[in-house]
Structure formats: C-alpha cells, structure tokens
Ligand binder design. Structure first.
Ligand code: SAH
Length: 468
C-alpha cells in the first residue's frame, strides 16, 4: 500500500492553502466543512474566498514562513515553481503537503469522497487513475443513499444509551447488526424518523427477543436486470430468503445475495403453481422466523400481481413490509419494441387490461375498451386472442387497427409480431406466440416498424405466413 489512509480532525486547526482560484476554492470549501481554520496565500482571490470569515487571507506571494504553525498545507496554483516551493518548505518542516494533481510533489493525497456524514467513504487509486476513483465514487453514491448518513446520526445519538443498556461487547455488536440490517434501517430509509427512533428504543429494551423479520415486495421488472431500481437491488442483496415467480429472469435472480435461499413459488416440479394461500403462509412463516424476506414478482407487484393480497395478510399479522415498484410489462414492452404507448397524434390514454381467458375476458367492459384514440396493453392475453379480436371489432374498433404482440419483452429472446386487429388471432397462431407476451392494440403499435431499436426487427405476420 503506497498511502496510509486516515481521517484527520481539523477542528480549530490551521491549514495552509496556497492559491486563490477555483481549485483552491474547492479545497477550502471542504476544509471549512471539516471545521478547519484556513490560512490562504495568493496575490489574488475569488470573491467567494474573500467573503469567508474562517479564512485568513494573505494577499502576497508564497513564503516559507506561511507554513509556521499549520498542520497541513495544500498547494493549489498552476505555477509549478510555487507548488515546488510549498513542497520544499513542507519537507524541511516535516509537514504533510498536497500539491493538487501532482503526485510526485505531494506527501499526502486527498481522496474522492462519498459524504453521508457522519459516514464518509474515501476512495483513492494512489493518484494512478483518478478517473477510476470517480467511477467507483459514482457507483457508491447510488448504492449508499442519504439514509445511511441519517442512520449513522441516529446511532451516534443513541450510542451512550446503547452502551449503558448492553454492557456486553458481543451483545452490543449483535444489536448493532440487527439495527443496520433490520427494521430500524428500513424505517430511516423510508423517511419515518419518529418510528425509527421508537423501534430502536423497543429493540434495545427487548434486546434478547428474537429479531423481527420483514418482507419486501419487490418488482423484478420484465427481465432485463438493468431495469431494476436501486431499492430492488438493495433488497435483493440484503435478503435471507427470496420467494420468486416463474416470470422473474435468471439475470435478476443472479443479483441476489449469494447466501439467500431461493424458493420458486411460480411453478413446482410437477408443473403446479403454489396456491396464493400457501404463498401467504410461506411469507408469514419466514418473516416470523426473523428473516428478511423478499417476495420477488415479475414486472410491478401491484399490476396484475396480487401484491395487494399478500401485504394484506402481512398487515393482519403485524409483519413490517415495504413495496418496491418495478417496471411493468406494458411500459417495458412499449419501450423495447419502439412503441410509445401514448402519442399526440394517435393515443391520449393507455389502459392496462388483463385478458385472462374465461371469466376475466367476459367481465370486461368492451364498449369502453373499443374506443378510439386509446392504446390497450393486454396482459395474459395469448390464449384469448380470438376473443379480444371479436369483442373489440364487435364494439366498433376498426378491424384495420394496428396490433403488436411483444413476446419476452426486454429479454434477449424478444420478438415483436405486427398485424391488424382483424388478423390478431391468426397472427398469434402462425407466429406460435408463447407466454409471456403482451398485446398492444392501437395506432401506436405500427410505429414499431420505424422506431424499433432493441433485438431483432419486428416481423409482419403475413411474411411469416409466406415463409411457412
Ligand atoms: N406484474 C406483472 C404482470 C403479471 S401478469 C407486470 O407488472 O408486468 C403476467 C403477464 O405479464 C404475462 O402473461 C404477460 O402478458 C405480461 N408479461 C410479463 N413479463 C413480460 C415480458 N417480459 N414480455 C411480455 N409480456 C410480459
């Protein structure tokens, strides 16, 4: 290791900054945030620097005596001779000096940081690849959200009480583990500060009680793992057990914590799905064992996903839960097929409809669904293509209305078949469309021809027929 990482307490101490431009300004800002007194030496300074009460300004050229009594020095000028003079003066006095962006003159370097005070993450490549350090910082910025700082602040405020309540070191460590991975952290993250404080108090008083489990109802999106939200990723990485649906892609599951138990509740070995009642039971059982459970569902959990029923059961049993939305099939299929679901020229609204065969189809209000200037996104419609065509045309939608069948939307195997409403059933049959597929009805469907960008180009079903 070429550099020794450390965090320095600069409160009330004097730091020398040489230079009065934009770079010096950036350094001074950070130093002031850390409570330092700044001695600034430069013939000229920016307006902002001049206005800082905690900055003592010497409007002159650098002289070694400016180093007297300081704990650190930073040279932020674009004049190599001045930078060298500061480095030299530092060496003589055994003072740590940073020359901004000049590693060979520096005896300390300033890391890239992610500031979630009191939590601060410092990143350094030893000056070798600052761009890489910035990339790492950006990644961390998105993973370590602002709530980490609040959580750290909460623990800071409670530190004394926790120590008094749990004198045993090991018990204390277990307690902290439970707090940062458990429900208290969830409450902080979802902005429920008072509840977080109450929960922390409760768990401190009942520190020997078993850990409380929780459930995150997470939308896995349509398949492409890049469409997961950061919250979904976090939940997957914190999970003890994951109950997932058949529709969830392997790519998404692969992002889950390696040690998490994965239970498929979409289809069992014999080909039967686990009943909704049994899924609710499984969620309860695991959460009651104190585990962090992720219920992972294709698309969005509240769009044709029975998510509502699952959390209702959890609420009845007092199990804490959160809901992480996902990108629903209609949104993803539209985007990945080049079909804008609304369009000023063609469609002012879009309707998400489930067209499961049988009762679900018969119960639909076809008269309103057949209206012009709207797009229909039909879920689970593969088996009912004939019925959809029949009802929509019967209720007045033009047989020439464009339709698109998007199979495996957003996945490597995505296929888009274009036809008209009159041809819908036949197109599905000739193309041998399989689930999961979404049917988009409306003028916008035709736009896939010119706006497609993902995977293979859409096929017009008649061409398939010719080829067959
Ligand atoms: N909660 C899910 C929908 C569950 S219903 C969501 O929000 O997307 C299951 C139906 O969703 C499938 O029958 C199909 O119509 C649609 N669907 C889900 N994933 C899909 C995908 N990748 N491509 C096309 N349709 C998909």
């Amino acid at each position: 290791m070429q550099y020794f990482p450390l965090f320095a307490d600069l409160h009330g101490r004097t730091v020398l900054v040489v230079g009065g431009g934009a770079v010096a300004e950036r350094k001074v800002r950070l130093l002031l945030e850390a409570g330092a007194q700044v001695r600034l030496v430069a013939p000229e300074v920016t307006e902002w620097l001049a206005s800082q009460a905690a900055v003592t300004i010497h409007l002159e050229t650098f002289d070694a005596r400016h180093c007297d009594g300081v704990v650190l020095a930073i040279a932020a000028t674009d004049d190599r001779a001045v930078n060298e003079a500061v480095a030299q003066a530092g060496r003589v006095r055994n003072l740590l000096v940073n020359v901004v962006d000049v590693a060979d003159l520096s005896s300390f370097i300033v890391p890239a940081i992610v500031d979630r005070s009191p939590l601060v993450i410092a990143i350094s490549t030893g000056g070798v690849a600052p761009v890489l350090a910035r990339l790492v910082r950006e990644r961390l910025e998105s993973l370590i959200d602002g709530s980490f700082g609040q959580l750290a602040g909460l623990l800071q405020r409670w530190r004394g009480r926790i120590k008094a309540g749990l004198p045993d070191v090991n018990a204390r460590r277990r307690f902290y583990e439970g707090v940062v991975r458990g429900h208290v952290a969830d409450l902080v993250r979802t902005g429920q500060d008072a509840a977080a404080e109450a929960e922390l108090h409760h768990s401190l008083v009942h520190a020997d009680a078993p850990r409380r489990g929780s459930v995150a109802l997470v939308g896995a999106g349509p398949g492409d793992a890049g469409l997961l939200t950061l919250n979904a990723l976090r939940a997957l990485q914190e999970a003890d057990v994951i109950l997932y649906d058949r529709l969830v892609s392997a790519e998404v599951l692969n992002l889950a914590r390696r040690d998490a138990d994965r239970i498929c509740v979409g289809k069992m070995a014999g080909g039967h799905s686990v009943s909704q009642g049994r899924i609710n039971e499984l969620l309860l059982e695991h959460a009651q064992q104190g585990k962090r459970v992720v219920r992972l569902k294709g698309g969005d959990p509240f769009i044709f996903g029975r998510g509502g029923e699952e959390i209702e059961a959890l609420r009845q049993h007092g199990i804490p839960f959160e809901v992480v939305p996902g990108i629903t099939a209609a949104i993803a299929c539209g985007a990945y097929a080049g079909i804008p679901l609304t369009h000023r020229d063609y469609a002012q609204s879009v309707r998400f409809v489930t067209a499961h065969s049988g009762d679900a189809i018969r119960g639909l209000d076809w008269a309103t669904l057949a209206r012009e200037r709207q797009t229909l996104a039909l879920y689970m419609g593969v088996a009912g293509l004939g019925h959809i065509r029949e009802q929509l045309t019967l209720h007045g939608r033009a047989p020439s209305t464009p339709v698109a069948i998007v199979e495996n939307g957003s996945r490597a195997e995505q296929r888009v078949v274009l036809a008209t409403l009159a041809e819908l059933e036949e197109a599905g049959r000739v193309a041998q469309v399989k689930s999961p597929a979404l049917v988009i009805v409306g003028e916008v469907a035709a736009l896939a021809q010119k706006l497609h960008w993902f995977g293979s180009a859409p096929v017009v079903w008649q061409e398939l027929r010719k080829a067959a």
